[in-house]
Design a binder for this molecule. Sequence first.
Ligand code: NAD
Length: 298
Amino acid sequence: MKIAFLGLGNMGGHMARNLKEAGYDVVAYDLVDEARRATERDGIEISASGEEAAAGADVVITMFPAGKHVISAYRGENNDGLLSAAPENTLFIDCSTISVDEAREAADLVHDAGHRALDAPVSGGTAGAENGTLTFMVGGPQENFDAAHPLFDAMGKKVVHCGDNGAGQAAKCCNNMLLAITTIGACEAFTLGERLGLTDQALFDVMSTSAAQCWSVTTNCPVPGPVPTNPASNEYKPGFATALMAKDLGLAVSALESTGTEASFGRAAHEAYTKFLDEGHGDLDFSAIIRTMGENQA
Ligand code: NAD
């Protein structure tokens, strides 16, 4: 099976390497020279363009920043993009995080061009990509899912078939909206606890083992100390960047709009993260939003 892997950034470079190490025949491409060279050092063949990689492939995997990049690469400027370059019935797997509507549009383009489509966004961050422990949330027909399953296994540890095309992005969008809300909630609880005279450790010991237990407390605790491996214990770096969380919440808000869903906490989380991003904190882990709490208060 020949795989064209396109988009060799913070995530894609590692994912391509894990496929190669699992024994797949991978040819890769990125618009950025530095990303191409890093992947070449991993022993992966680099093509002259995305289209050239797609031309000889059974599977085309994309890991781009946003939906506009996926759709424009699929189409090309004059309908000469990846879809026209790939042999008939190629399996297109988009692992980028994009909106549900864009994912459905992309899948329609793929089907209209005589190919097969899956959306397969991931969770687990750059460490998950590096260690091959990502979670894949997959949307598309069962037979496409079955065909792609071994590839997901090579790059991740958990694969969930969420439904038809777009369902993977729908799951990612709901997951990250809840994650933002629980993180803001954890930040508020630790801020209040400190003002009530509690130590962070005491509050952590209670909340991590009681009904308030969640990933935002037990793993990504927003204060330094109780979880020495968390970003908060390292000046909020690295981690899941605020810029990415703000982007994902933008996708969630567009899904709330298109489905007529109120979700006031999801919208409030989007506002809070957009403000935090605009204040110049885009590269900090998103749990750093605790730094804004307590300002303008007391
Ligand atoms: P990134 O910006 O580091 O990498 C994206 C790469 O795509 C860039 O190197 C860019 O040059 C390349 N690219 C764009 N258009 C291209 C084209 N037409 N042909 C070839 N290459 C092209 O982004 P990332 O951090 O790797 O994230 C990729 C996707 O994964 C995003 O949608 C992001 O939201 C999602 N994601 C990221 C993380 C994370 O922790 N970084 C976690 C989960 C999901």
